[in-house]
Each structure stands twice: as C-alpha cells, then as structure tokens.
Design a protein around this ligand. Structure first.
Ligand code: URP
Ligand code: ZN
Ligand code: ZN
Length: 487
C-alpha cells in the first residue's frame, strides 16, 4: 500500500526561498513528503523538465460583484475561477460588497451561496464596508469575524462607496479590536470629481481623459491620509493597487518610519501604460481602470518597490466588463470616460504575464515571482502556510509550469466573460501545464478538469494584524494614547 495518493516526480520545486530538484508526495490533499526518489504513489505525475510552483494566490479580484453603478461583473464564480485555474491560480480573495443601507451579514450570505455553488478554486473574502454604521460594526461584523473573515476593504473614492475620515477611523478601530487587515482604495474623491467635471465641460470625453481625471497627486494624498488615520490607531493597512511612483514612495517613507502599512500593485500597472487608452474611438475603454494606467517611469518605480519590499503583492484586480450594453457601454455606444465602468479582466493571465516579465525577461527572478504572487499574499491575509508555499502540511495546490513554452495571447474571448483581454497580441514565455488543487488535477495539459463547487471557503484568523494569543486586541481607548506621537 503506497503512503501517497500522488507523487509528483522529477520536477524543480520553487518556493519564495528555495529552488531544488525533488519529488512531492501527496496524501489526503496535503503535501506529506518532499524528497529524492520517493516511493511510488497510487498515481504519478511526471514533472521532468517542469517547475513545480505553489498555486497562485490572487488576493484582489472582483467576482460576480455588484458595483455601485448597478452593474455586475461580467463573469460568475464559475467562469472567473475557471479562468483563475487555467492561469495557475488556486486561491482567490474576491469581495463581499456591502452598499449603503444594506446589511453586511445578508450580503455575505449571498456571496457565500454563489461561491459555494460556482467556485472551482479555494477562496476567502474581503468584506467591503461602504456603510460602516454602528450596528454594522458592533452587531454584524463580530459574527462574520468568528465565521472566518479577516480583512476589510474601504474606498476613499467612488460615489456611493466613498467613506469620510471619521468613518475610516470607525472601521480602523473595529478592525483593530478584531485583529483584521484593512485594505484601502486610496484616491482623493474630490479631485477625481472636480477634474472629471472640468474635463467633460470642456469636451474632453475620450477614454484617454480618464487618466488625468484621476490625478497622481490624488493617489499620494489618499495614501498619506489612510496611513495617517491608521497610524493614529496603530492599525495595519494594505494600500491596494498602487499605480504611481509617488504613491509607492509615500508607502516607502511610512514603512521607514515604522508604520504598519503594506502595499499591492497589479499586473496591469507593471506591464501596460496609459498609451493603451489613446486608441481611436471607444476602444480605449477596455483599459479604463482605477487608478488608471500610468507611465513607463511609474512601472520602473513599482518594480523597484517590489524588489525592496515596499510593495509585497501583485494581484490582478480582475474586474471584467464586456464592451457592450451590459458593461463598458451601458450608457450608450459612445460614452464619456466618466460613464465607462472601471476595471479589466486579469485572473487568467496574471501569472503568465508576470512570469514572462519577471522570470523570462530576467526581472526579479523565480523565487521573487513566487513570493509576490503566492507566498506574500497568503501570509499577509492569514492563509499561510496552508496556501502559498510548498511544505509538508501545506495544501497540495501546485502548478507544474513549462518555463519554455511561448504563447501569443490572441485577441479573442477567454474563459472569463469579459470578451477581450488587455494583453492581446503579446507573446509570453512560460505557461502553466497542470494545476492541482488539494492534490486533485483541476487543469491537465491546459484543459480544465475542475468542477464548480469544488472550491472551498478558507476561514481565517487574521493576517498581520492577528493577535498571536487569539485574544482580541483591546479596543481603541484615547485615554491610553495609542497614537502617542500623533496627537
Ligand atoms: O477599476 C477597477 N480597479 N475596478 C475595480 C474596483 C476597484 O476599485 O478595485
Ligand atoms: Zn479599488
Ligand atoms: Zn479592485
């Protein structure tokens, strides 16, 4: 009787810290042995000539989410997680999206129901708080934390989602008392509205004007403000989708001062620029996302920030909308940039595009690729070591990766329902061949085998903010002067 359900034989194992040749033994969905010449498993998977990577962890993606505009993302849990699996991502963290006036608990139940039915990969949720009124924070949040939710998201812009500084402090205080991470969409709302209005009044409505309507300084201001509010309460925060050199520098300085701030950027900010929006007609709408795509110099700064650890994760911010009346063109065939839904698809191509940029083209290298796309997001959001690494006891979420395979990305619909990809025409080197979720192949030779409902919810007990004893942190008490030097 074999000690292993499966042995992955002869591959090159890569983690955030190591690279070595080894076999991997899997039992009951977990890695139970890593070594040379492991005994035969009940099943065997030949990994000779392939890299064996931890399954990707995409810690920021919008799936089947109702936006404040009333639009829902183009894909479902099934299509989004199918595309994740095909791209080598085995864990996703999408959102439970509360809107003003709604119950967070009811919304969470709804997202759970849909994910349970459709998800092909494992998942956790960030809870979006658009209406952090006292009964939500005091009555609805604690049971959700007990049920395994460990991170929140707030928006400092977007009509109907934006919260003010006082509300932000309420959220940070609640997060502190439960040991939760708070993720922040940091852009200055007033600047965006003011610029947008001025541009449209002067007839500048083409998609390219989305870029100046989200001023760079607005990202810096909001990042700085979020860090200041978090520092007042000594509460860890994660700045989502950093797009500018100055935004990264703001985080860099704050970390140097000992602030508990982490940072994320996304595939698109590293590999696409605002030039994409200059295309004739409405075509540039495909590349409208917020914050907007920026300049080559920003890309360099973001790569540097990832290299030195100022930013720790690269996510997709997958937010697909079709180029039709259900999505980007919901306000008609020729909308102004202000009327175009924000977001682009990215779950499937995140790892291939980043592998090409980071490994095949020699930037940062293999171990850092694993760190930024799997290990660090798992660690920051309380999923490590179950997810994001290859170690005895970890879930056998593995990608057998062909580092030599070249693929030209076609200008054609992919598995998600966006109907286009922002990376069309690009040739990338490196592609996932087989993908395992808890030891079961969900992709074999590039063909999807995973079935809807196979993905499981991952309850968490907090990320960096978690209190090791499991005791809740004390409530913020101004009399105890937690924010010492900031009063
Ligand atoms: O444009 C984007 N990123 N849409 C998704 C929502 C968000 O702000 O993350
Ligand atoms: Zn955002
Ligand atoms: Zn997002």
């Amino acid at each position: 009787m074999s000690p292993f359900d499966l042995v992955i034989r002869g591959g090159t194992v890569v983690t955030a810290t190591d690279l070595y040749a080894a076999d991997i033994g899997v039992r009951d969905g977990r890695i139970v042995a890593i070594g040379e010449d492991l005994p035969a498993g009940r099943e065997e998977l030949d990994a000779r000539g392939l890299l064996v990577l931890p399954g990707g962890v995409d810690s920021h993606c919008h799936i089947e989410q109702l936006a404040a505009t009333g639009l829902v993302n183009a894909d479902t849990f099934e299509t989004a997680t199918a595309s994740a699996a095909l791209g080598g991502t085995t864990t996703v963290i999408p959102f439970v999206a509360q809107h003003v006036g709604t119950s967070l608990a009811a919304v969470a139940e709804d997202y759970h129901r849909r994910a349970e039915r459709g998800a092909i990969v494992d998942y956790a949720f960030h809870l979006i708080l658009a209406d952090p009124r006292p009964e939500i924070l005091k009555d609805e949040l604690p049971p959700l934390v007990r049920a395994g939710h460990a991170s929140l998201k707030v928006f400092l812009t977007y009509d109907r989602l934006v919260i003010d500084d006082e509300q932000l402090l309420d959220v940070l205080e609640a997060a502190r008392s439960h040991g939760l991470m708070v993720c922040v969409h940091a852009e200055n709302h007033g600047m965006i509205r003011w610029m947008g209005r001025r541009l449209v009044e002067r007839g500048f409505t083409h998609p390219r004007f989305h870029v100046p309507s989200h001023p760079r300084i607005g990202e810096v201001e909001a990042i700085h403000r979020a860090i200041a509010c978090a520092a007042l309460l000594d509460q860890p925060i994660m700045i989502f989708h950093v797009s500018t050199a100055e935004g990264a520098a703001t985080i860099h300085r704050a970390r140097g001062e000992g602030r508990k701030v982490w940072g994320e950027t996304c595939t698109q900010y590293l590999t696409l620029t605002s030039a994409e929006l200059d295309r004739p007609g409405i075509e540039g709408a495909k590349w409208i996302c917020s914050p907007p795509l920026r300049d080559p110099a920003d890309q360099e700064a973001l790569w540097w920030a990832l290299e030195v650890g100022t930013l720790q994760c690269v996510s997709s911010d997958h937010a697909p909308y079709r180029m039709d009346a259900t999505g980007k063109l919901a306000k008609g065939p020729n909308p102004s940039f202000k009327e175009i839904a924000n977001g682009m698809p990215g779950l499937e191509l995140r790892l291939p595009v980043l592998f090409d940029a980071m490994v095949s083209r020699g930037r940062l290298g293999l171990k850092k690729f694993v760190e930024l796309t799997a290990t660090a997001p798992a660690a920051i959001y309380g999923l490590h070591p179950r997810k994001g690494t290859i170690a005895p006891g970890s879930d056998a979420d593995l990608v057998l990766w062909d580092a030599e395979r070249k693929v030209t990305i076609e200008d054609a619909p992919r598995t998600d329902r966006a109907g286009y990809t922002p990376y069309a025409g690009r040739t990338v080197k490196g592609w996932p061949r087989h993908v395992l979720l808890r030891g079961r192949p969900i992709v074999r030779d590039g063909t999807l085998l995973g079935t809807p409902g196979e993905g499981r919810f991952l309850p968490r007990r907090g990320g960096w903010a978690a209190v090791p004893t499991g005791r809740p942190a004390p409530e913020f008490d101004p009399a105890r002067n937690f924010g010492a030097r900031l009063w």
